[in-house]
Design a protein around this ligand. Structure first.
Ligand code: ATP
Length: 227
């Protein structure tokens, strides 16, 4: 397994957010992490990256137990994060933002520009002058520049215009074709399911269902994902 969470329990102070998250994915897979608002998707991602320490359970990545590792060490093992709300350096240019996270490998500015031609056009612009969608492309580009074994996208397309969403989904499909391992959270099932090899559904901080997209029946969607 590339990534394996077993019985993960995470707290914010005294308040427990995760009560037992299990998830496993192999290299080259695209996995969807699903669940209604507040069910623990972001906290699960924070737990993987060492940003919210686990109280119980384990996280293993690429043969390492990272359950209590520091975020910078986890990132160096090959985990790239595209966080909710993006977070690029606002006062650096697009190219500077990309270079700031560069590590050796396939992904260079040239490759990122080929994936997102809009970023190529805005190479010399400051990140704070980009639209939300362009900032999201930059956030994906920054994560790719670390040449991660696994890229994790939290709310991949939330709040973006439809045209931009399409560009992000197209990029995710391209990455998948290239064999990039992907863990993705998004609310648009119609876009998410076609790219997913496997889905994990959270409810109240627990993994309550996992399977391939074709097994995610209307009844299951209604029960765990309906509004
Ligand atoms: P959303 O889709 O709304 O982002 P989510 O599935 O990502 O939801 P989380 O953000 O992981 O859910 O939240 C899980 C639980 O943890 C919720 O009950 C939430 O209220 C709680 N929580 C999240 N962040 C904090 C925090 N900083 N302090 C205290 N509780 C928090």
């Amino acid at each position: 397994m590339l990534l394996e969470l077993a019985g993960v329990e995470t707290f914010y102070g005294a308040s427990q957010a995760l009560f037992g998250v299990d998830l496993a994915m192999r290299e080259g897979e695209a996995v969807a992490l699903m669940g209604r608002n507040g069910m623990g998707k972001t906290t699960t991602i924070r737990s993987i990256f060492g940003l919210s320490p686990l109280r119980h359970g384990t996280v293993r990545f690429a043969g390492h137990d990272i359950s209590s590792a520091k975020p910078y060490r986890i990132a160096r093992l090959g985990l790239g994060l595209v966080p909710e709300g993006r977070r690029c350096f606002p006062n650096l240019t697009v190219a500077e933002n990309l270079l700031a996270s560069a590590r050796k490998g396939f992904w260079t500015i040239k490759e990122v520009n080929a994936l997102f031609p809009r970023l190529a056009e805005r190479s010399g612009q400051y990140a704070n002058s980009l639209s939300g969608g362009e900032q999201q492309m930059l956030a994906v580009g920054r994560a790719l520049m670390t040449n991660p074994k696994l890229i994790v996208l939290d709310e991949a397309t939330e709040g973006l215009a439809p045209v931009i969403r399409q560009e992000i989904w197209k990029a995710i499909a391209t990455l998948k074709q290239q064999g990039q391992s992907i863990l993705v959270v998004d609310k648009t099932l119609s876009e998410l399911l076609p790219v997913a090899d496997r889905c994990f559904v959270l409810e109240r901080g627990c993994t309550v269902w996992s399977g391939v997209p074709t097994e995610l029946t209307a009844a299951i969607q209604d029960r765990y994902l309906g509004v």
